[in-house]
Write a protein that binds this ligand. Structure first.
Ligand SMILES: [Zn+2]
Ligand SMILES: [Zn+2]
Length: 327
């Protein structure tokens, strides 16, 4: 592997990646398997939209959304078992233990912190200040349009936050931990330094969630598209799907060991945002991670931004006394 250097600092490597959809292998197997893994993603998305559109008020609440989310994850775990994208990404006990630690963290500590400091209170304050009546033009729009707008605005914010993380060192240090993962599976979206996980959860999309049903539908759309960023399943996603939406292929390039490829595909759900700003690369990668795929322990994942940040600060400002000429 060749190091890519800026001055005398190695900032990345070059590693094999597949570029172009025509070079990506299709699902292996009979006609039913082909059909299933071609239409699974669109059918789930369409089914969830229809569900939240027609569900009676007694069912259309957050607890239902949480239940659907858990059921969807279990189904995807089964698909990872049946039709893995790469055998090298298969779950091991060690990987599972790390993943479950972060999934647990996400459901407890991060949720608590987000409740006090996250976008929720900020949005509540803004909505209270501007008053709901002024936004009747928005709440009068068709439900699906509201839901799309909420999820699009959220993803648009995420795109710039994520792109910022790859271009500004104080944001890169916490985000870099997520880039040390060496395989994709459905729990890997939860793995990262808690500071980064908090930052990436901030969004202004919630500002427009005046109707609970629109917010629930937006959440379902985000789940039915964004979940495939981190999953070890090979799909034959339809052409229109991969043109509009972020796929495992796109996100595997973003996680690849190839430095140039990681500087692409920043959107969470809507890859057309990357197409709009010229940062989309269609393709995929199997070899993931940093430093040639070195695995981090949980304690290193927790402390890495601080130890690296301290090193960087010392490099920038710290001078040994002998280096300063005496007056
Ligand atoms: Zn990234
Ligand atoms: Zn990722």
């Amino acid at each position: 592997m060749n190091g890519i250097r800026v001055g005398n600092r190695v900032v990345g490597t070059q590693a094999p990646v597949t570029i172009g959809w025509e070079n990506i292998p299709r699902v292996q197997g009979g006609p039913f398997k082909q059909w299933f893994f071609t239409w699974f993603q669109p059918v789930v998305l369409f089914g969830l939209i229809v569900f939240w559109y027609y569900a009676p008020n007694s069912i259309a609440k957050a607890s239902t959304a949480i239940g659907i989310g858990v059921g969807f994850k279990i189904l995807l775990l089964a698909l990872e078992w049946v039709n893995p994208r790469y055998d090298s990404w298969r779950l091991t006990w060690k990987e599972l233990a790390t993943d479950l630690f972060y999934v647990g963290l996400g459901y407890t500590v991060l949720r608590l912190v987000d409740g006090y400091l996250g976008d929720g209170p900020m949005i509540d304050a803004m909505q209270g200040y501007w008053h709901l009546e002024k936004f009747q033009w928005f709440t009068g729009l068709p439900l699906l349009v509201q839901a799309f707008a909420i999820s699009f605005i959220f993803d648009f914010g995420q795109y710039w936050m994520h792109r910022g993380m790859h271009n500004w060192q104080p944001l890169w240090l916490p985000h870099s931990v997520h880039h040390y993962i060496t395989q994709l599976n459905i729990n890997k979206g939860a793995v990262g330094n808690p500071i980064e996980l908090f930052l990436i959860s901030l969004g202004i999309g919630g500002f427009f969630d005046f109707l609970p049903r629109a917010a629930l539908m937006a959440g379902a759309i985000g789940m039915a598209i964004g979940t495939y960023q981190h999953i070890n399943v090979r799909f034959n996603s339809p052409r229109w799907w991969r043109f509009l939406f972020n796929t495992t292929e796109h996100h595997s390039l973003h996680h690849s060991q190839d430095f140039e490829s990681t500087r692409s595909n920043y959107a969470g759900s809507y890859i057309f945002i990357d197409r709009m700003f010229g940062t989309c690369i269609d393709g995929e990668a199997e070899l993931l991670g940093m430093e040639g795929g070195r695995r981090m322990t949980i304690s290193e994942q927790m402390t890495h931004p601080f130890t690296e940040g301290w090193k960087a600060l010392k490099e920038k400002f710290g001078r040994s006394p002998t280096a300063v000429p005496a007056e």
